[in-house]
Design a protein around this ligand. Structure first.
Ligand SMILES: Cc1ncc(COP(=O)(O)O)c(C=O)c1O
Length: 334
């Protein structure tokens, strides 16, 4: 199969850029120093490649991701880095012999873990991102409660999501330090072997966390592309030019991929050498104009939601146009 044979819009992975990203990260954070976040790609075939370069523990955002990893034989050490109030499906995975640890940040999430049959938890601490996580002061109280309920407390999580995308390296470093000072204080009070957090934007500067939960690095997006990291854009949406304006009416083209093919919360997608005008449901308008029938590779601004819109990704040699592998995005859904 060749790229020109694909039904568009289609997710395409640049095989060479992907390999570069995987080996670059494995060299920087070998083995258990990286706990790759699955939500960035939702794909067990891709997770197998991460395991093959040494990362055998994973981070998940949904129970479905945990279940899929376990079914693929990748359930040796999975962290569900999210709060859940019905943990029965996780308990079933634990009973089946998979190691699934769940983050908790309240008495309610601790009771849900107990009721669902979870055995290991991590105390989720708010290090500045107004999302999940307890205060540093509450962390030891929650750890005591969890231990009194016979849960094993493996340590603390603090995800500096408000920091990972900051373009200035200096500001990113400074804000990362402030966030991690909170996590270190919580860890001293809670104990346990794990201090987990971090993302693609802080994978080298977060030297406090024992393990980094980066996910985007493998496929990348244009938002992270602005940070000057050593990872290459490996994910594109292949689209076809379906209409083009006549020279006297302005000079633009329209490709058949729009809001339903790209996560747009980090901005417009990009085409090398083109200006994107706007995106509508199923269309992308850009200049300079191209011929009807031309294919364009469009780089998304945010990898996670983009992947989740698609059923499969085609891994391709972009130089020859040959499709090498097809990977189902099999961990979509909840
Ligand atoms: C809990 C958690 N850890 C880590 C990450 C880092 O992911 P990325 O490498 O894509 O920045 C995220 C992303 O949102 C996250 O939610």
């Amino acid at each position: 199969m060749r790229l020109v044979d694909l039904v568009t819009p289609a997710l395409v992975v640049d095989a060479a850029a992907f390999e570069h990203n995987l080996t670059t990260m494995a060299a920087a954070l070998p083995g258990a120093r990286l706990r790759p976040h699955i939500k960035a790609h939702k794909c067990t075939s891709l997770a197998q490649r991460q395991a093959a370069v040494g990362h055998e523990s994973f981070t998940c955002a949904t129970i479905r991701e945990c279940e899929g990893l376990a079914a693929a034989g990748l359930g040796a050490d999975v962290l569900l880095a999210n709060e859940i109030l019905d943990a029965r499906r996780v308990g079933a995975l634990v009973d089946a012999g998979h190691r699934i640890t769940v983050t908790v940040d309240s008495p309610a999430t601790i009771e849900a873990a107990v009721a669902g049959g979870v055995r290991e938890v991590v105390i989720d601490v708010n290090v500045g991102l107004p999302r999940c996580g307890c205060s540093v002061e509450d962390a030891p109280r929650l750890a005591d409660l969890a231990r009194s309920r016979n849960l094993s407390v493996r340590g603390v999580q603090g995800y500096e999501g408000h920091v990972v995308g900051i373009e200035s390296a200096e500001t990113r470093s400074e804000k990362c330090r402030l966030a991690m000072e909170l996590l270190v204080a919580a860890h001293e009070a809670v104990g346990g072997e794990l201090m987990t957090g971090g993302g693609t934007g802080t994978y080298l500067i977060n030297t406090w966390s024992d393990e980094i939960q980066a996910g985007s690095y493998a496929l990348m997006d244009t938002a992270y592309g602005r940070l000057g990291l050593p990872f290459r854009q490996a994910l594109y949406v292949l689209a076809t030019v379906v209409s083009t304006s006549t020279p006297d009416s302005g000079g633009w083209s329209v490709a058949n991929a729009g809001l339903k093919a790209f996560g747009m919360d980090h901005g417009l997608p990009a085409i090398d050498g083109s200006n994107i005008w706007f995106c509508s449901d199923e269309h992308l308008t850009f200049d300079p104009p191209r011929r009807v029938g031309d294919h364009v590779l469009v780089a998304p601004a945010h990898v996670d939601p983009t992947v989740a819109y698609h059923e499969r990704m085609y891994v391709a040699d972009l130089a020859s146009g040959e499709v090498l592998e097809t990977w189902p995005v099999d961990l979509r859904g909840w």
